[in-house]
Write a protein that binds this ligand. Structure first.
Ligand code: UP6
Length: 248
């Protein structure tokens, strides 16, 4: 079966964040999400200045920023997001009971609910645990890219059932195909390496569009570790877009 285009997905994915992402993808001719796994505010903002024009979203692990400060980290980040037209995806991978997740989402140092357009969450704690993300969109972790992951077929099916039926969820992170009404986000993408020696496993953009019919590729080290970050971002953007068009 042929994959759905972004235009097709705009018809069936009605969550407001899904709509925004799909429109940005079509406008920028990009399905690239950069994973900004750097550890200082300066590195983060420098990276975003370079990749911003090429991405649909920036994926953060905000808790690895050693000098995090709402005014110095988040305000300029939000300015860059509107300047370059991309969304902020906080890859928190929440994995607790609803009440705790609600606190982790809105309280503490990072106050994710104040700035993230969407977040990732495990579904391990069950359907109701996702109710607290009313004001953002959720991308559910349905399977993982690392060796030995416990996300077997039975888990993935049950996780997908939760994701499809929960109104706050509009997408899934997976290394497998997922139902069409969700947007598929695929990390573990790298053009040069097949792994990182720490369990990460990589595929090419070609593979994840052809075999998984993914919607968005997530690239970290393939871009931010590159000698020419801007050129690398452009390369992955083009590779991702060509792979998407070929898979149609
Ligand atoms: N990530 C994965 N695999 C998953 C889920 N999430 O790699 O199954 C995240 C990692 C990292 C990024 O937390 O931020 O995607 C991948 O980075 P890399 O391209 O440098 O390997």
């Amino acid at each position: 079966k042929k994959r759905l285009s972004y235009e097709d997905k705009l018809e069936i994915c009605d969550h407001s964040v899904a709509q925004k992402l799909l429109k940005i993808a079509v406008e920028k001719r990009s399905n690239l999400i950069v994973s900004a796994d750097v550890t200082t505010t300066k590195e983060l903002l420098d990276l975003v200045e370079k990749v911003g024009p090429h991405i649909v979203a920036l994926k953060t692990h905000i808790d690895i920023i050693s000098d995090f400060d709402a005014d110095n980290t988040i305000l300029p980040l939000k300015d860059l997001a509107s300047k370059y037209n991309f969304l902020l995806m906080e890859d928190r991978k929440f994995a607790d009971i609803g009440n705790t997740q609600e606190l982790q989402f809105s309280m503490g140092v990072f106050k994710i609910s104040n700035w993230a357009d969407f977040v990732t969450a495990q579904v391990i704690a069950g359907y109701d645990s996702l109710d607290c993300f009313r004001n953002v969109g959720v991308v559910a972790i349905l399977s993982m890219s690392s060796t030995g992951t416990l996300t077997d077929l039975q888990y993935r099916e049950q996780a997908a059932n939760i994701a499809v039926s929960h109104p706050n969820v509009f997408g899934g992170v997976s290394q497998n195909r997922i139902p069409d009404e969700l947007l598929l986000f695929t990390p573990g993408v790298n053009l040069a390496d097949s792994g990182d020696g720490k369990g990460q496993q990589y595929n090419t953009p070609e593979h994840v569009f052809n075999k998984l019919q993914t919607d968005f590729i997530i690239v970290g080290r393939g871009i931010y570790k590159s000698d020419d970050v801007e050129k690398a971002a452009l390369n992955y953007k083009i590779a991702g877009w060509n792979a998407y068009e070929k898979s149609l």
